[in-house]
Design a protein around this ligand. Structure first.
Ligand code: ATP
Ligand code: MG
Length: 491
C-alpha cells in the first residue's frame, strides 16, 4: 500500500529540497523513508541509488560490482557526477575515521549542487566528527491525520467485516505505533476476523505489548468510569469543565489549554483511580510512566531514559500521561540539592511541561509532595495541585455504595449511612477492603451478603490514619495551606 505522509515528514522534504548534501535520518521505518525518497526521485526525474552492506550500491536496473564495502561505494559516488540522490542504509555501521573522511570530502564536493546523500539508522548518534556537515533528523511516528488516511485505505481494501469496527476509535488506539507496528496489529485483527466477530481489544493488546517494549511506559487499556470514583467533587468539576479546552488545536489558546495536574495526599484515597477516570472521562488513552523503572537503571542512565520517555509521549498525544509517585526519585536518592542527575531531570521536566504539545495532559501523583522542589509545584507548571484527603462522611457513603453496586449488591439494603459514620478516618481502599472481605465471607458460606458480614469485616480493619497517624497528620497539615482540596465537603 503506498501512502503519502503528511506534515510529519515536511521537514525531511524541506532538507532534501534545499539540497543538504548529508542528511542523517534516525528511524527504524525504512518503508516510510523509501516512500519519501521515491517521491523525490520521481520529482527530480533521477534514479534513487541505494547502498546496504549486503547488496552494495545500485539503482533500478543497475548493480555496481564489488561495492559491498562502503569505501568503494563512496568512491564510486565521488567519481560519477550524474548521481544525484543516494540512500545509505545500515548507517550505524559507519564509524571508522576513513568513512568520516570520505563523507566529508563528498560533502564539500556536493555542496551547492543540489545532490543529497541520506543515511539512515536506528540510533541518534549521527556519525562522530561530522556534526557540522551533517543535518540530523528523527522521523516521528505517524501523526493522527496520516494514520487516519492510512486506516481508511486499509479498510477500503478489506471485506464487509470491517463495518463492525469504529475507524475513529482505531486511530486513537493505534496512535503512537510506527506504521510497521500498526500494520502488524491490523493484520492480526484481519486474521482473527476470519474466525468470528472481532473488537478493538486485539489492537489494544498489541499496543500494550509494543509500548511496554519501550521499557518505561505502560499503556493502560482498562479504565473505570468517572462515576466509579466516590466524592472528590471539586476535582471532578474541574476536569469536566476543561475537557473542551484540552482538545483545542487553536494555538492562540495554548496558554489556557490544560497542561496537567498534580494529585497529592493520603495513600489509598483514590489518586490512581482518579487518573484512570480522567482518561475515561476525556476519552483519551492513558500511559503510565514508572519512575521506579527510570531510577532502576535497567534501561540506561535515568536522565536519558526520562528524556526519551517524555519525547516518546509527544508522539502519543493526544493522551494522558500519568507519572506515578513523582517524588519516588527523591525518596530513592535523597535530597535534590545533592543529586545533580535528579536536579537535571526535574529541570528538564519543568521546561518540558511548558513546551510539550497541546493535547498531552500530565497527571502526576505524589504522597510526599513536601519533598519536591518548590518550583515543581509553583503555579504555571501544573494547572492545579489537588489535595486528596481522607474521605468525608458523605464521600464514605458514596464509596460504600459504589463498591457494593460494583459487586452486584443493592446498597439500599444496607445501612450505608451508619457504616460510613463508623468508618471515620478510613480511606477508600479500606472501605473497598471491608466490602470485599464481607462479600468473600458470604460467598464462602454460599449465601447472600448480609449486614453482619460488613460488621464483622469492619472489625478486622485498622486504618492507616491510625497506624501511621503521625505521617498522615504531617501530610494533611502541609497540604492544608498549599493545595486545593479535591473534595467539596469536610467532616
Ligand atoms: N474515592 C474513591 N472512590 C471509589 N473507590 C476508591 C476511592 N478511593 C479509593 N478507592 C478504592 O481504593 C483503591 C485504591 O485507591 P488508589 O490506588 O486510587 O489510591 P492512591 O491514592 O493512589 O493510593 P497510593 O498513594 O497508595 O498509590 C481503588 O482501586 C479503589 O477501589
Ligand atoms: Mg496510587
Amino acid at each position: 500500500m503506498t501512502h503519502r505522509d503528511s506534515v510529519e515528514t515536511d521537514s525531511l522534504d524541506s532538507f532534501i529540497q534545499a539540497g543538504r548534501p548529508l542528511l542523517w535520518v534516525q528511524t527504524g521505518e525504512e518503508d516510510r523513508l523509501q516512500e519519501r525518497l521515491a517521491h523525490w526521485s520521481s520529482v527530480w526525474k533521477t534514479p534513487l541509488w541505494t547502498w546496504d552492506c549486503d547488496h552494495g550500491l545500485g539503482c533500478v536496473g543497475q548493480a555496481i560490482a564489488d561495492s559491498q564495502s562502503l569505501g568503494s561505494a563512496l568512491r564510486y559516488l565521488q567519481e560519477n557526477a550524474e548521481i544525484r540522490l543516494v540512500w545509505l542504509k545500515d548507517a550505524v555501521l559507519f564509524s571508522s575515521p576513513e568513512v568520516a573522511r570520505q563523507l566529508r570530502d563528498l560533502y564539500y564536493a556536493w555542496r551547492h549542487t543540489g545532490k543529497v546523500l541520506v543515511l539512515s539508522g536506528q540510533g541518534n548518534q549521527g556519525i562522530a566528527g561530522l556534526q557540522h556537515e551533517m543535518v540530523a533528523w528523527r522521523m516521528p511516528r505517524p501523526d493522527e491525520k496520516s494514520l487516519r488516511d492510512w486506516i481508511h485505505n486499509w479498510a477500503a481494501a478489506q471485506g464487509d467485516w470491517v463495518k463492525q469496527l469504529n475507524l475513529d476509535l482505531m486511530v486513537g488506539t493505534l496512535k503512537g505505533l510506527t506504521r510497521m507496528e500498526a500494520d502488524h496489529a491490523l493484520h492480526r485483527l484481519a486474521h482473527e476476523a476470519q474466525s468470528g466477530p472481532v473488537n478493538l481489544r486485539i489492537l489494544q493488546e498489541e499496543k500494550r505489548r509494543l509500548i511496554e517494549n519501550m521499557g518505561t511506559l505502560q499503556y493502560i487499556a482498562e479504565v473505570p468510569k468517572l462515576d466509579h470514583l466516590g466524592g472528590l467533587e471539586n476535582l471532578k468539576d474541574w476536569l469536566l469543565k476543561r475537557r473542551e479546552l484540552l482538545m483545542t488545536q487553536d494555538p492562540h489558546l495554548k496558554d489556557i489549554a490544560p497542561k496537567g495536574i498534580m494529585l497529592m495526599g493520603v495513600s489509598g484515597c483514590g489518586k490512581s483511580l482518579c487518573i484512570k477516570a480522567i482518561s475515561s472521562a476525556w476519552n483519551l488513552p492513558l500511559y503510565r510512566l514508572e519512575m521506579s523503572k527510570i531510577f532502576s537503571g535497567a534501561q540506561g542512565s535515568p536522565e536519558h531514559v526520562f528524556v526519551e520517555s517524555c519525547k516518546a509521549m509527544e508522539e502519543l498525544a493526544p493522551a494522558v500521561l500519568w507519572i506515578d509517585e513523582i517524588e519516588m526519585g527523591l525518596a530513592a536518592t535523597g535530597s535534590t540539592a545533592v543529586d545533580p542527575v535528579l536536579s537535571r531531570i526535574f529541570a528538564f521536566f519543568l521546561t518540558w511541561m511548558q513546551e510539550k504539545p497541546m493535547g498531552l495532559f500530565v497527571a502526576a501523583t505524589a504522597n510526599r509532595i513536601d519533598l519536591l522542589p518548590a518550583e515543581m509545584i509553583r503555579k504555571g507548571r501544573f494547572d492545579q495541585v489537588f489535595f486528596v484527603d481522607l474521605p468525608s462522611l458523605k464521600e464514605r457513603e458514596d464509596i460504600f455504595r459504589i463498591h457494593l453496586s460494583m459487586r452486584g449488591f443493592d446498597p439500599s439494603r444496607f445501612d450505608v449511612e451508619i457504616f460510613a459514620d463508623s468508618a471515620q478516618g478510613w480511606n477508600g481502599a479500606e472501605i473497598e477492603q471491608c466490602v470485599v472481605a464481607a462479600v468473600t465471607q458470604a460467598r464462602m458460606e454460599n449465601r447472600d451478603l448480609e449486614l453482619k458480614d460488613l460488621y464483622l469485616a469492619r472489625k478486622q480493619i485498622v486504618p492507616i490514619s491510625t497506624t501511621m497517624e503521625e505521617q498522615v497528620r504531617h501530610i494533611r497539615n502541609w497540604a492544608y495551606e498549599r493545595a486545593v482540596r479535591a473534595s467539596a465537603g469536610q467532616d
